[in-house]
Every structure is written in C-alpha cells, then in structure tokens.
Design a protein around this ligand. Sequence first.
Ligand SMILES: Nc1nc(=O)c2c([nH]1)NC[C@@H]1CN(c3ccc(C(=O)N[C@@H](CCC(=O)O)C(=O)O)cc3)CN21
Ligand SMILES: CC(C)C(=O)C(=O)O
Ligand SMILES: [Mg+2]
Length: 264
Amino acid sequence: MTQITISQLLKYKQNKQKFATLTAYDASFSALFFSCGIEVMLVGDSLGMTLQGHDSTLPVTIEDIAYHTRSVKRGAPECFLMADMPFMSYATVSSAYENAAILMRAGANMVKLEGGAFLVETVMGLTQRSVPVCAHLGLTPQAVNVIGGYKIQGRDETSAAKLIQEAIALQNAGAQMLVLECVPTLLAKEVTEKLSIPVIGIGAGKYTDGQILVMHDALGITQGKIPKFAKNFLNESKDIASAIKLYKSEVEAEVYPAEIHSFN
Ligand SMILES: Nc1nc(=O)c2c([nH]1)NC[C@@H]1CN(c3ccc(C(=O)N[C@@H](CCC(=O)O)C(=O)O)cc3)CN21
Ligand SMILES: CC(C)C(=O)C(=O)O
Ligand SMILES: [Mg+2]
C-alpha cells in the first residue's frame, strides 16, 4: 500500500467514483477501517461528544485533537488523515498557524476549519505556508450556540446563494476539500458540480463526491438523539469489519445516503 494523497481524491471526483470516509479517534479503529478500504479519516472534534460525553464540541482542545491524531496515524499511517481545528483555535490568523502546526506535527495531512467568507485570509495563509485546508460549510457545530441547535442550513434562497459564494471563495483561497453538513440535497449537488475540489457530505444527500459519518453513528453506539442522516451498518452485519465494508459499498453504489437520510 502507498500513501493516500489529495491527488487520489481528486481523481475520484474526476472519475465520479464516490468515496466513503469516517471519523476515527484511536489506532485500533483506524487500522481496522483502513483494512476495510476506508482511505480517508477525520479526527473530528465530535470526539467531545462521542468520547468525552459533552453536549457540544466546544470543550475540545488542540491537545485533545493532537493526542487522537497521533493515535489514528499510528494505526493507519497510509490513510489521508484530516484533523479538526477545535473551537477558537483559529480565532486569529496567527493562532490558526500555531495550532495547525501542532496538528500537522501530530500526523495530520490536512486541517479542517468551520466557517465561510471570514476564513478566506486564514485559508490562504495556511495554504501558502504548506498546510492543506478542508473548509466546512452548512451546519457548523462549533456555532451551535449562535444557530440555536443542530439545524439544517441553506434552506432559503438567500442562505443557499451565500453558501455557494462562500464555497467558491474558500476554494479560490486555496481550500483543497470541502465538507458540507446538513444542507438540502440539491444545494449540495450544485456546490459539488461548481467546485473542482472534492466535496464530502454528511446529511447533504447522495450527490457529493464523498460521504463522511461519525464512526459511532455507523456502528449504532451513539447515545441520545441520533441525526437523521445516520445509519447503523452493524444492524445487518456480523461484525464491525463487515459493517464498515457495507458502508463503503453502499456509498460507492450510491445506495447510502437514501432519501430518508437526506434533507429536501
Ligand atoms: N454522533 C455524532 N454524530 C454527528 O454527526 C455529530 C456529532 N455526534 N457531534 C458533532 C456534530 C453534531 N452533529 C449533529 C447533531 C445533531 C443533528 C440533528 O439532530 N439534526 C436534525 C436536523 C433538524 C432539522 O431538520 O433542522 C436531524 O433530525 O437530523 C445534526 C448534526 C453532527 N456531528
Ligand atoms: C461530522 C464531521 C464532519 C466532523 O466535523 C466531526 O466529526 O467533528
Ligand atoms: Mg467537526
């Protein structure tokens, strides 16, 4: 096996080959996921909820993400590893540089930042300094207190048009990937077609280039409210490896996400 890179993911987009990605937080799961053909993993700040038991992602620190990034990297050294920049770790351009460096040194291949046009300067500066950036638009969970809950975004014409403009601005600033979370299927389709970089969706319908799920949702071990887009692949599988392979094959065959996992 060889290292998965952004070039490989770009080829998937160009060949219209859908790809499945997952969050991972430790070496055992990252090794298992990679052996099941999951080539892209994210050390998500969702770990604040799934691992730490908080009711939001806000308590997560840069050291938390760095710790889990080191673990995931050791388990799957050849995967393309993304790491979330946690709440307030990119509040200024210079803090973004310092904190991105911590995650890159921990083994990340790309850092992910939540937000739109206000991040253009940050994304440009990171990219120029050799830190690959994934943008994240739509429902941005670090803004849960501003939004007033985990709600679908881009429903009306004004916010949809704004999201498209921001996606283009972030790509122009140098972002090499985009995560779209909880947006209507046809808005995600339009963004995916307009951008040349790979777009990964979660609750964004079937037309994005890739899909991402929180691993706990894919394995049915999430406690409390389960997002509409989540699917428990362990239900129909004999073990975790079979469940992950089923997830990958359903994404590749455009079976998952179905209508019931999407917003219109
Ligand atoms: N287990 C887990 N899965 C995730 O996808 C996830 C986390 N945790 N923690 C961090 C954020 C929070 N996320 C969430 C959490 C809840 C909804 C949710 O319940 N959404 C409603 C949409 C309501 C509407 O229609 O506006 C839903 O019914 O899915 C969505 C995303 C996504 N991320
Ligand atoms: C759900 C994904 C996109 C994420 O940002 C996370 O796991 O933190
Ligand atoms: Mg996140």
